[in-house]
Every structure is written in structure tokens, then in C-alpha cells.
Design a protein around this ligand. Sequence first.
Ligand SMILES: NC(=O)c1ccc[n+]([C@@H]2O[C@H](COP(=O)([O-])OP(=O)(O)OC[C@H]3O[C@@H](n4cnc5c(N)ncnc54)[C@H](OP(=O)(O)O)[C@@H]3O)[C@@H](O)[C@H]2O)c1
Length: 306
Amino acid sequence: MFPDFKIGVGTWAWGDHLVWNYGSDYDETSLFDAFSQSMRDGVLFFSTSETFSDGRAEQMLGNFIGKSAAQTFISTKFAPFFWRIRRKDFIKALKDSLARLHVPAIDLYQVLPPAGLMQLPLLAECMSDAFESGLIRYAGVSNFSAVQLEKFYGYLNRFGIPLSCLETEYNLLQRDIETNGVLEMCNQLSIRVIAQSPLAMGALTGKYVSQKDLTGIRRKFMDKYFSQNLQALIRLMNHIGSEHAGMNSAQVSLNWLIQKHVIPIPGAKNADQVMQNNQAVGWSLTEDQVTQLDDLSAVILKLRSG
Ligand SMILES: NC(=O)c1ccc[n+]([C@@H]2O[C@H](COP(=O)([O-])OP(=O)(O)OC[C@H]3O[C@@H](n4cnc5c(N)ncnc54)[C@H](OP(=O)(O)O)[C@@H]3O)[C@@H](O)[C@H]2O)c1
């Protein structure tokens, strides 16, 4: 049975210059503070990927785990790039991740969608070998469609391995999984959903009024989240938060996901952000408040698509 985590920490920004501007307003010291705060809060679940900063995020996480001798639960990802075609490519990538993370086994190993010859049946065989060798504890996938999920679930099932999790984008400004069959498939197959970019890369914190407040590639990535109505959503979240001991819009956004029974993994650059995000746990939006947020976000998404 997959542990009943309420929240985790995302590590895409750890060491990332390209999108997140690592080295500007945050660095390895502030990230270690973030990690330590998470340990103090009892939030042990960290999600990373071999692809984040070419393995640097995994390496930092491994160093932090080593420095603190902390008990953690680590998820990382395998990318079936087109040049990876054999079982030994899979095992090498897995062992490289283990070495960077300084752990004997990956708690949750997620496979990204196939991009070349390594297709789902072979990936399931590789996962099964890694399970038998004790190198992974739970199997997951990331950014799979409903069809891919069903197929991969079936392939793993032949080896008696459950598909525990799907990690994918889900937040108040991106709700595709509710309508494209992914959420339904996860519910049907008892697959836990882990929500990437739960704060819409920061847009749901209310810090950024428009794209103009951002620069470079991050601005391009976040373009899709901005609309005239974003501020109305932020105001609603702040109002709702005021009825819960002054929770801010980030905390309300994360609680909305928790009420949807998914595990948000907000990215954080320092201890304060981690502390705030972890305070999204331990209380609940009312049903009426969830509906108000559902409805306003649906209006925003409809206007955006139309
Ligand atoms: N393809 C993939 O594998 C993939 C893709 C996307 C995401 N993910 C996973 O999902 C995780 C989370 O997504 P994300 O990092 O894209 O974005 P996010 O969690 O939606 O937003 C994170 C950003 O929001 C700001 N922030 C966080 N907490 C805050 C707080 N309490 N108050 C104010 N600002 C706060 C920080 O940036 P600023 O301070 O600079 O505003 C932070 O870096 C990633 O780290 C990654 O693990 C994976």
C-alpha cells in the first residue's frame, strides 16, 4: 500500500538556471534550509527527476539526505529518451540516480512517456527486474495519457507489480486530467495522483500580477496561466483563506488539491516557502468553498480555451 502522504516537495528548481534562475534569489544554502524545514514539519516526500538540471537536483537531494541522516521518501524519474533502447540503458540510468541520491533503493520510480524504441512492454520488464533486485519499492509513471496508463498497468500486472502513482500537472489553472480520462482511469485502477506545478509555477501565490512580472523562459512557461480573471481567483482564495486563520492563496490552492485526494508537490526555494506550503495540511476547505473555487476556475479555463 502506497503511504498516505498529504503533501510533498518538488525539486525542479533545484540547481536549475534555465527556467528558475538558480543562484539569483536562492542557492544551495536556502535549498538545504528548505529541506531541513520539511524534515522538521514531518514532510518526508520529495519528488525529483534524473532530467532536472542534468541530475543536479538528485545530487543536491542526495547530499542533503547524507548531511542530515534524515529518513525520507524519494521519488525520481526515468526518461526513455530515443537513444535508450535496451534493458541495460534502464539499469544504468537507475544506478546513476541511486548513486546521485546516495540511497540503496528508490522509493518511487516513475517512468516518463516513451520517446523512442523503449516502449511500454519493455519498460514494464525493466521495472520488474528492478523490483526483483530490490532497487525500487513502488512503480509510478509521469505524464501518461489514460490509454498509456491502462496499458502499462496491464503490463506491470503480468509481473504482479501494482502501478502506484501517476505524477502530472494539476492545479486550479490546469485541470485537463478531470476531462481527458486520466483522473477517471486513476480512480478506476486505484492509482494515486501526484500534482505537479500545484501553484501553477507561482501564479497561484498572487505574487505575479501579469507575465510582465516575469522574465525569460519562466515567463514563456507561465504564459498560459495568466488572464484578466486570475486576480479575481486570487481575491477569492484570500477571502476563503481569511476564514481559515488567514491562510494565503498558495495554501488555499494546495488545500483545494488535497480535498481532491491528490498529493501536491509544491516547488520551494527556501524554508519559509516550505513552511507556508506545509501549513496547507491539517485543515479543510468547506464543500461550498471547494465548489466556489471549482466554479471560478472553470470560468477562467473556459474563457481561456474559447
Ligand atoms: N516534467 C516534470 O517532471 C515536471 C514538470 C513540472 C513540475 N514537476 C514537479 O512538480 C513540482 C512543483 O512544480 P513547479 O516547481 O513547477 O511549480 P509550483 O510548485 O507550482 O510553484 C513553485 C514556485 O512557486 C513559488 N512558491 C512556492 N511556494 C511559495 C509560497 N509559499 N509563497 C510564495 N511563492 C511560493 C516559488 O517560486 P518563486 O519564489 O520564484 O515565485 C516556487 O519555485 C516541481 O518542482 C517538480 O518536482 C515535474
